[in-house]
Ligand binder design. Structure first.
Ligand code: SF4
Ligand code: MG
Length: 336
């Protein structure tokens, strides 16, 4: 499969009164054609900043991409001007957000907004052609009575339908990559499942690569082929989906898996990882997860763990992955 998107050493910094905050701190990953990749982490992990960096939507000031490359089809879009990025956005890479109400304009009908979005990238089209395309894409995302819906205003639609409209808008120009940031978080469980299924169908039918950003590993389990786990601005684990659930390597990922709600039992008192994500940049040396890690060793606060190879397609940023460490543990065990 072809590499569509390649993130190399990406660094996105926020310049605040409290100093420089490296919200995304030297991350590397790739997305291949037709693939669905999940990025998982708690709030403050840097996952949304990663997606906004790819979209060229980091608010500046205070934010700025301060290092690395974002290669889309081999071209470094991190170096693009705002004007150049406007041509890429929506056309090559599109994004849908958590709350469609904030991205749809309440004063305009669905039809007007879809038409406008089409005409930005295809200014030569007639209004009639644009509306025909709008109807076609609305049917594709499973919106019933598409023609009638064109005349509706956003508030007349249910949350699930609004999210379908947003997905339609994102797909208008056949983007190569679709970034979905918490696309189902604001929806109830049934609608959530339908939207995830829709994204899978679209990925299958249109071969659009999807980067799914979520705090919920359960969402990733149902949708993605591969998952990247972020913590305090860094990637801490990356693996194919089956492998990460069968054999999570990083203690943070293990905690996230334990916190996935089990719908079958409707458990109330869920496990949650104690403590909170440290502010990126606040820990200069050592593992950023150490304060919350039940396996933390002396070494974890004195040295900074690299991203170890933990399998053929598996990486983990944890000293437990270090062969020397493993050997010493076995030796200590044998001696005792
Ligand atoms: Fe825990 Fe140490 Fe691994 Fe960090 S490096 S996750 S503190 S065991
Ligand atoms: Mg977010």
């Amino acid at each position: 499969r072809k590499k569509l998107l390649e993130i190399k050493g990406l660094q996105t910094t926020f310049f605040t009164d409290d100093g420089q905050i490296p919200a995304v701190d030297n991350i590397d990953f790739s997305v291949y054609e037709g693939e669905i990749v999940g990025i998982v982490g708690e709030s403050g992990s840097g996952k949304s900043v990663t997606s906004l960096s790819i979209m060229g939507l980091i608010p500046s000031p205070p934010g700025k991409i301060t290092g690395g490359e974002i290669l889309l089809d081999g071209k470094n879009i991190a170096a693009y001007t705002d004007k150049q990025m406007q041509k890429v956005r929506g056309k090559d890479v599109a994004m849908i957000f958590q709350e469609p109400m904030t991205s749809l304009n309440p004063l305009f009908t669905i039809g007007d907004q879809l038409k406008e979005a089409i005409l930005i990238h295809s200014p030569k089209w007639s209004k009639k052609e644009a509306l025909a395309r709008a109807v076609e894409i609305m049917k594709l995302v499973g919106l019933p009575r598409a023609e009638a819906l064109l005349k509706d205003y956003p508030h007349q639609l249910s949350g699930g339908m609004r999210q379908r409209v947003m997905i339609a808008m994102a797909l208008l120009c056949n983007p190569k990559v679709l970034i979905a940031d918490e696309p189902t978080t604001a929806l109830d469980v049934t609608i959530q499942a339908q939207i995830l299924q829709l994204m899978k169908d679209l990925n299958h039918r249109l071969n659009t690569a999807v980067l799914l950003i979520t705090h919920d590993l359960g969402v990733v389990a149902e949708t993605c082929e591969r998952v990247i786990v972020m913590y305090a601005g860094q990637i801490v684990e990356e693996a194919p989906i089956a492998e990460i659930f069968a054999e999570p390597k990083h203690p943070y990922t293990q905690g996230l898996i334990k916190s996935v709600p089990d719908m079958r039992y409707k458990k109330d008192n869920l496990y949650s990882i104690p403590g909170t994500v440290p502010k990126p940049g606040s820990i200069k040396v050592g593992c950023r997860f150490a304060a919350r890690c039940e396996y933390a060793m002396e070494r974890c606060t004195q040295e900074t763990p690299p991203l170890y190879e933990a399998g053929e397609q598996h990486k983990s940023r944890c000293f437990l992955q270090d062969e020397q460490e493993v050997k010493q543990r076995v030796e200590r065990f044998i001696e005792s």
